[in-house]
Design a protein around this ligand. Structure first.
Ligand code: FES
Length: 87
């Protein structure tokens, strides 16, 4: 599990094993637009302010993934205990 902190709204939520970031956010009333939910379409792109994403998508290029400043929240996760998003 890891924690997602939302910098703009000041909210945070724990993302359990087997749960997506999108699902965890919906539990605290934060809705992110999704379409494919498989890391392909790019709809759910969010800006990462801090932390290291565990990229599981096939939308971002390897170079973009290495920058660690964007994440597809429908399928990607966090390598560390906390991920701060610009939401
Ligand atoms: Fe398509 Fe996340 S909803 S990449």
């Amino acid at each position: 599990a890891f924690e997602v902190v939302l910098a703009r709204s000041g909210k945070s939520v724990t993302v359990a094993e087997g749960q997506t970031i999108v699902a965890a956010l919906s539990h605290i009333g934060v809705r992110v637009n999704v379409s494919c939910e498989q890391g392909i379409c790019g709809t759910c792109l969010c800006t990462v302010l801090s932390g290291e994403p565990d990229h599981r998508d096939s939308y971002l290029t390897d170079e973009e993934k290495a920058e660690n400043d964007q994440i597809m929240v429908c399928c990607s996760r966090s390598k560390g205990p906390t991920l701060v998003l610009d939401l």
